[in-house]
Design a protein around this ligand. Structure first.
Ligand code: CTP
Length: 409
């Protein structure tokens, strides 16, 4: 489906490929979209404000706190105005600035202040692109949620051949079309998700409990990634120091039983992601008063099993979500154990979580996971930030849900 009536802000960066921004503007305008532009200082070396504003039929913005521009639209409103922001071409230097969170000119300030998706279109010499520093920056920016298209392989302006050539205006235009189509489908389907996160606590008395090391981080990041895609997301979390982002409905619980009750209240949903480290057992008896140590039986505590929430969802006859995603915290036989949990709990996907290493997993910003589907296909993700893994999970969720939707693609 062709896009129209979208508001696109194009930031024209400093590189020889900047001239291609004119073609993209023409394509967008031809399809009745509104385009505003920011011309960076180095972008101005490659295209002129006159050629840009002739095509956009509006002035180009150049300087922050420029009296005339700020009266027309200030830098914050400019970032709010856009439905999508595109940086074209994105140079290696510009990526470094974004990684550092710089706000040194109009372009970087608008980006830092933005609450919209930002599409980066890299273009640079092949050596610059494959340099470890640039690749590290790409990882960081993907982790921050920036979208990327390209670069492509081909002959570059400098005469060398390789990866670094900017995607063509046609390719970028078709990326933008897919992006908005996806958003429209999510909106029209009114997709809903629930995510469980964090530990639960199972009390022996008012002050003593059984729990685990979970920080809730992976679940919070997944809720955020799903919500960013436009999916209405409810987060049900055990005790955690984290706070969820605006727009995510958050329910705080303490015990596994409370989590189960909240999950039930949340149904029906399209997607359930159970990232919580739910305590498997609870003490059979909970004392109303603090148990005196002289009265504690140190030899044994009688426990009973908690309800398995993800299994309840996976095997739910009435309200089974279209996608049920479980986690599997394992210290050995990662994929094998995880796959049998997927089968046992009737999940569609399971995220096998290697919790044997000290530098990732529970209570860390990092994770090492394998994402396994119900045919046993495995996608391994090496040690990465939990936010990065969350974005991958969210994209997989979306692809799975939309794969049969012919209005997409
Ligand atoms: N889970 C759940 N409710 C429970 C226990 C676990 O929903 N009462 C979910 C977790 O959120 C996770 C999955 O089940 O999505 C697997 O949890 P995990 O702790 O890895 O495995 P268990 O099923 O508890 O099995 P074990 O402890 O024997 O490995």
């Amino acid at each position: 489906m062709k896009i129209k009536d979208k508001k696109i802000l194009i930031i024209i960066g400093g590189g020889i490929a900047a001239y291609k921004s004119l073609d993209l503007i023409r394509l967008l305008k031809k399809n009745n979209n509104e385009v505003k532009t920011i011309l960076t200082k180095s972008g101005k070396e490659f295209v002129t404000p006159l050629s840009v504003s002739t095509l956009t039929r509006s002035k180009t913005f150049e300087n922050i706190f420029d009296k005339d521009s700020e009266v027309e639209i200030d830098h914050i409103s400019l970032s709010r105005w856009a439905d999508l922001i595109i940086v074209l071409p994105t140079t290696a230097n510009f990526m470094t600035k974004l990684c550092l969170g710089k706000a040194e000119d109009l372009a970087t300030t608008v980006i830092l202040a933005s609450n919209k998706d930002i599409l980066l279109v890299p273009a640079m010499n092949v050596r610059m692109w494959i340099h470890k520093a640039t690749q590290q920056n790409v990882k960081i920016l993907k982790d921050y949620g920036y979208l990327f298209i390209g670069p492509e392989k081909g002959e570059m302006a400098c005469g060398e051949y390789g990866e670094g050539k900017m995607s063509s205006p046609r390719q970028i235009f078709s990326f933008i079309e897919k992006y908005f189509n996806k958003k429209n489908i999510i909106k029209s389907k009114n997709l809903k998700a629930l995510v469980t996160a964090g530990p639960t606590r199972e009390y022996l008395d008012p002050v003593r409990y059984i729990s685990n090391e979970s920080s809730g981080k992976q679940g919070f990041e997944i809720a955020e990634a799903l919500s960013r895609l436009g999916i209405k997301t409810t987060l049900i979390t055990g005790p955690s120091n984290l706070s969820s982002k605006k727009g995510i409905k958050t329910k705080k619980i303490i015990t596994a039983n409370e989590m189960y009750e909240e999950v039930k209240k949340c149904l029906p949903v399209d997607i359930a992601v159970c990232a919580a480290a739910v305590a498997d057992f609870k003490p059979i008896k909970k004392s109303k008063i603090k148990i005196k140590k002289s009265k504690i039986n140190f030899k044994s505590i009688e426990l009973e099993k908690n309800r398995d929430i993800v299994e309840f969802l996976g095997k739910n006859n009435k309200h089974r979500p279209s996608l049920v995603i479980g986690f599997a915290a394992e210290t050995e036989n990662l994929n094998k154990n995880a796959f049998s949990k997927l089968r046992q709990k009737n999940c569609d996907l399971i995220v096998a979580n290697d919790v044997s290493k000290k530098d990732s997993g529970l209570n860390s910003d990092y994770n090492r996971v394998s994402i396994i589907d119900n045919s046993g296909k495995i996608k391994v993700i090496k040690k990465s930030r939990k936010s990065f893994i969350a974005n991958i999970i969210a994209e997989i969720v979306l692809d799975k849900l939309l794969i049969n939707d012919r209005s997409f693609n």
